[in-house]
Design a protein around this ligand. Structure first.
Ligand code: NAP
Length: 273
């Protein structure tokens, strides 16, 4: 099977790629930092199993994401699994090339565009799956369209939460729309996982936090099951967690909100479709 993972040069994405390659899968690492992607590819190829390719992906730019999606479609023609994994936690206010708040832009809107552009190649597979990396942090967010461009006061936790809520709502909206199709959509909270995503936290804070974090292999196991496991073949619109409760916030259960965000996002990316 051909499986594309965004942000697979490190962290949860890399650990998922490793487990999939060990099971003989053809994994495509879609990464921003190509040097790190090449290092990851080298490590994975040394397992002498499966197949490992790289594509360059910068979710910080919609035009660049559009170009990558077109390249993927031309190069592969068919894709069995898309794992929307890449993500950032931005402590300070930053914007994408298109002027969106960075966490909203990278974690959510870039993936929204990538997914829309890859639906035709996913439809070519007999049965395709999309796995969305959300987070328990979605409880800290709500969907506030006036904040998409990060005007005014910056609360990083709200913005991270908004982006992760958007990931979960996107999974729910697509799952509803594609219920009668060959494509399923499911989301997960990977748990509190020791990875570079916490690089911006003060060292003492991270030192304490780390005691409660699990290794990347824990969510990677769940992601692999969701991506290729028989037990996930017919599951759709679910939200699960690798090692913490999978409670959904009231916003995350709001299907009307999911539909509205989907429609707004289509408008935001329409010139790149
Ligand atoms: N770790 C946790 O406790 C935790 C908890 C809940 C949810 N999550 C979610 O799990 C996912 C994976 O996180 P992680 O913990 O594995 O983090 P990580 O180790 O920091 O990895 C994040 C990946 O995303 C990539 N990325 C960042 N910006 C990008 C961009 N503009 N374009 C393309 N790729 C980009 C990074 O690439 P570079 O190497 O180029 O920076 C890296 O490969 C994220 O969606 C995160 O929100 C993590």
């Amino acid at each position: 099977m051909k499986i594309l993972i965004t942000g697979a040069n490190t962290g949860i994405g890399f650990a998922s790629a490793e487990q999939l390659v060990k099971q003989g899968q053809h994994v495509i690492l879609a990464c921003r930092n190509i040097q790190k992607a090449q290092d990851a590819q080298k490590k994975l190829r040394s397992l002498n199993q499966g197949q490992v390719d790289i594509v360059s992906l910068d979710l910080n730019s919609l035009v660049s994401t559009q170009k990558t999606a077109d390249e993927i479609a031309d190069r592969y023609g068919v894709l069995d699994v898309l794992i929307n994994n890449a993500g950032v936690f931005s402590k300070t206010k930053q914007r994408t090339k298109d002027g969106f708040e960075q966490q909203f832009g990278v974690n959510y809107l870039g993936h929204f565009l990538l997914t829309q552009k890859l639906l035709p190649v996913l439809r070519q597979a007999p049965q395709a799956r999309i796995v969305h990396l959300a987070s328990i942090a979605h409880w800290a967010g709500s969907i506030k369209p006036h904040t998409f461009h990060a005007k005014g006061f910056y609360n990083p936790v709200f913005y991270y939460g908004q982006s992760k809520l958007a990931n979960l709502l996107f999974s729910n909206a697509l799952a509803e729309q594609m219920a009668a199709s060959s494509i399923t959509n499911n989301a997960l909270h990977p748990g509190g996982v020791a990875s570079d995503i916490y690089r911006d936290l003060p060292k003492p804070v991270y030192g304490v936090m780390k005691l409660g974090l699990v290794p990347t292999s824990v969510p990677a196991k769940l992601i692999c099951q969701m991506a290729i496991g028989d037990e996930w073949a017919n599951r759709n619109a679910e939200y699960v967690s690798a090692h913490m409760p999978n409670w959904k916030s009231p916003h995350a259960k709001n299907q009307q909100l999911a539909r509205e965000l989907y429609a707004q996002s289509m408008t935001l990316v329409e010139k790149f479709l």
